[in-house]
Design a binder for this molecule. Structure first.
Ligand code: ZN
Length: 388
C-alpha cells in the first residue's frame, strides 16, 4: 500500500519545512517537495497535511503494561494498559516493565502482553526483571534473556535508593549491569538498565560510582523518576553533566504534586537551563503504575493510575508553557529514546525508517492521526479506528 501525506510541516525531529511524505508498506519511502500523482496511477491513500505537523511516532520506554501497584495491599493493584490508549496517545513503540510485585505479576504475562500489542500492530518490547536484585529471569540468566528472547531489550526497572528496593550492594548492582551489557553487545540490542530511583538519601550515588569505578559507559543506564523531588533533580542534572542519561516521569497528579515534585516539562526546562544537552534527556509515562491521590490538605485519599497519555501532554506543555522549541522538545520521546535503546529504525522521519508517524494540529498540537508501520491505526475524525 502507498500513502502520501501532502503539504505537511515535518519535524524529523529537525524542522524540514512543508513536505510530501511517501509511505510504502511499513516504511518511509521518501520526503519530497511536491509529489505529483498521475490520475491514472494505482490507487493511493492521500492524506491532506495542510495546517498540520508531522512528528515521528512516540516511544514510551517505561510502561507497566500488565499493571503495577499493589504496594498498599491487593486493593491497590492497577489495571493493564490497552492498545487503544497507547495508539490514541501517539505511542507507536512501547517498552513494558514489571514493578515491585514479581510474584503475582511475572515475565510470562508481560511477554504475552507484548505479543498481543505486536499482533495489534504496535512496536512493543519489554525489560526482564523487576525492582529486585537478584533479577528473576525467564531463562537461566540476564544475558540469555536478552540474547535469546526477541522482545527483551534490557532489564528493569531495578529499584535503587528506595525503601522498596532489594537494597543491593554496589557490587551486586554492577554485576547485573555487566550482564545486561554483555547480553546487549552479543545480540545487537542496547541491554539498557532501566533504574527506578526512590526518595532515598543515596540518590544517584551508585550511578556516579559506575562512572568513577568501572569501565561501563553511562549509555548502559537510564535512571528514571528524576523529577520526583528537587534534590534528586539536582543530582540528576549533575549526573547528566558528566555524561549520564536521565529520564523524567510524565505522570503526576495534576491537582496535587507531591512536595518538591516537578512536572516533567518544568524539569526539562530546568535541565536545559543548567546546560544539560537535550540528547541526554528522555521522558516516560510510567503508565499504569499506581499514583497516590491526595486531598487539598495533602492527606492520601486513594490510589489513581499513571496514564500513558501524559507522555505527549508533558511534551506539549514543554512547547506551549515552557516555550521550548518543538524540534528540541519532541526529541525526548522520539530520537533520543530510539538512539539510547538502539531501536535502529525508529524515532526519526527519514527515508527507509519505519513509518511510525503522528500528525498533530498546528494550532492546538492535539493528535489527529497516528500511523504505525505504515498503517493508520488512529484517526480522530474517523470511526474506523484501531484496525490493523
Ligand atoms: Zn518506578
Amino acid at each position: 500500500m502507498i500513502t502520501v501525506i501532502k503539504n505537511i510541516e515535518v519535524y524529523s525531529p529537525k524542522y524540514l519545512g512543508v513536505k510530501d511524505v511517501v509511505i510504502v508498506d511499513e516504511r518511509i519511502e521518501g520526503i519530497y517537495d511536491n509529489v505529483r500523482i498521475p490520475l491514472d496511477f494505482i490507487s493511493i491513500n492521500k492524506v491532506n497535511g495542510e495546517g498540520k505537523l508531522l512528528f515521528p511516532g512516540f516511544i514510551d520506554s517505561h510502561v507497566h503494561l500488565i499493571g503495577g501497584g499493589g504496594e498498599g495491599s491487593f486493593i491497590t493493584r492497577t489495571r493493564e494498559t490497552t492498545f487503544e490508549e497507547l495508539i490514541q496517545s501517539g505511542i507507536t513503540t512501547v517498552v513494558g516493565c514489571l514493578g515491585t510485585d514479581n510474584v503475582c505479576r511475572d515475565m510470562r504475562s508481560l511477554l504475552a502482553k507484548v505479543n498481543l500489542l505486536k499482533e495489534k500492530g504496535l512496536n512493543a518490547y519489554c525489560y526482564t526483571g523487576s525492582y529486585e536484585i537478584p533479577v528473576k529471569t525467564i531463562t537461566n540468566n540476564i544475558k540469555e534473556d536478552i540474547m535469546l528472547i526477541d522482545n527483551i531489550i534490557g532489564i528493569g526497572e531495578i529499584a535503587l535508593s528506595d525503601h522498596r528496593s532489594s537494597q543491593p550492594t554496589f557490587e551486586e548492582f554492577i554485576r547485573v549491569v555487566s550482564q545486561a551489557r554483555i547480553g546487549g553487545l552479543l545480540s545487537g540490542k542496547s541491554g539498557i538498565v532501566n533504574i527506578h530511583l526512590g526518595e532515598g538519601k543515596k540518590k544517584l550515588n551508585y550511578l556516579f560510582r559506575v562512572k568513577e569505578e568501572t569501565e561501563i559507559p553511562l549509555s548502559q543506564l537510564l535512571p528514571t523518576h528524576i523529577n520526583r523531588n528537587a534534590e534528586l533533580l539536582e543530582d540528576g542534572i549533575k549526573y547528566a553533566l558528566i555524561g549520564g542519561y536521565i529520564d523524567f516521569t510524565t505522570s503526576s497528579n495534576i491537582e496535587h504534586l507531591e512536595p518538591g515534585e516537578f512536572f516533567a516539562s518544568k524539569a526539562l526546562k530546568k535541565a536545559l537551563e543548567s546546560d544539560v544537552p537535550i540528547e541526554k534527556i528522555t521522558f516516560t509515562s510510567d503508565g499504569n503504575g499506581s499514583l497516590p491521590k491526595y486531598d487539598e490538605k495533602g492527606v492520601e485519599v486513594g490510589i489513581g493510575i499513571c496514564k500513558v497519555s501524559s507522555l505527549y501532554e508533558e511534551v506539549k506543555k514543554s512547547i506551549i508553557e515552557e516555550k521550548i522549541p518543538i524540534e528540541v522538545a519532541i526529541k525526548v520521546i522520539t530520537s533520543n529514546v530510539a538512539k539510547l535503546l538502539k531501536l535502529k529504525d525508529k524515532g526519526e522521519i527519514k527515508e527507509k525508517k519505519s513509518a511510525d508517524l503522528v500528525i498533530v494540529d498546528k494550532k492546538t498540537l492535539d493528535i489527529v492521526n497516528v500511523f504505525c508501520k505504515g498503517k493508520s491505526l488512529f484517526n480522530k475524525e474517523s470511526k474506523e479506528n484501531y484496525k490493523n
